[in-house]
Design a protein around this ligand. Structure first.
Ligand code: HEM
Length: 252
């Protein structure tokens, strides 16, 4: 008797409509395929940032004025910059939490490790996804302290404050000083190398998760992933290498 009554009450409750998107989102998050989509979509947003940031950084090869103007432009739109930062942080944290949750669920569903046969040996990049992701997280934390907050190097202060920067936007001097340290450059090269490996697999995974992989394009997508990884490594890696080689120097 009570069951039909309850059903009628639920259907006439207006809060039911309001909370429906939240409920759908929770169901999406709680399903394994939903979480994979979240990892894929946030991954795409992060890849967009990686290439946008790379395009900005490569302006260092066009001379100090160019990259410093670019930094000045970014700092002149603080509200937009903060919206982008918050979006980026949200995508980064969601990507991380969803991945950790998927990995934990997979491990508890299969408590005993499989005996590894020749057929089960996956690409190195696939097996390195979690480990490379963790190194990238620690790199990003260091990188923010290094070039955004400028707390790791006393020279990244204004000339007036005893530092070496002509202005807040003197990114050129900061990059050259930073990468003149072989240790710092080596860490950046290792980190962007791992980022490249991570993305080479990530790109192909995104297509698979979104159901866009077919027998015909599978090989091409692996090549695309490798191309993306190579572009990231060569692009980002070129900056510390150019400083160490003396190609990028402090302004006279
Ligand atoms: C050689 C490689 C790189 C160079 C030279 C570089 C350079 C910089 C510089 C100069 C800034 C500070 C901009 C400013 O405050 O004026 C910055 C910020 C940042 N970088 Fe990089 N970067 C490199 C690689 C990366 C990589 C691989 C990632 C991500 C995986 C990354 C993520 C970020 C983030 C999240 C910020 C903070 C942006 C903000 O202030 O809102 N960077 N980078």
């Amino acid at each position: 008797m009570t069951e039909p009554f309850l059903r009628v009450r639920r259907n006439t409750d207006s809060s039911h409509k309001i909370f429906r998107p939240v409920k759908l989102l929770t169901q999406f998050w709680n399903s394994s395929i939903g979480k994979k989509w979240i990892v894929a979509l946030t991954g795409l947003a992060l890849i967009g940032f990686v290439f946008g940031h790379l395009a900005g950084n490569l302006q260092v090869f066009a001379g100090p004025e160019k990259i410093n103007e670019y930094a000045a432009f970014l700092h002149s739109i603080p509200k937009t910059l903060w919206v982008m930062r918050i979006g980026l942080l949200a995508a980064f944290v969601t990507h991380l939490v969803a991945t950790i949750s998927l990995v934990t669920a997979n491990k508890s569903a299969r408590p005993e490790a499989y005996a590894v046969s020749k057929h089960q040996v996956s690409r190195l990049a696939t097996r390195m996804m979690f480990g490379s992701g963790l190194v990238i997280v620690s790199f990003v934390v260091y990188h923010l302290l290094h070039y955004t907050l400028r707390t790791t190097d006393a020279r990244f202060k204004l000339l007036a404050d005893g530092g070496k920067l002509a202005s807040e936007n003197d990114v050129h001097t900061m990059l050259v000083l930073g990468f003149q340290s072989p240790l710092v450059s080596a860490f950046y090269l290792i980190a962007v190398g791992l980022l490249a490996v991570h993305l080479s697999h990530g790109v192909t995974s995104v297509f698979r998760t979104l159901g866009l992989t077919s027998h015909n394009n599978a090989g091409g997508l692996v090549k695309l992933g490798n191309l993306v990884g190579a572009a990231v490594f060569v692009g980002y890696g070129s900056i510390p290498v150019a400083v160490l080689a003396g190609f990028l120097k402090l302004q006279a």
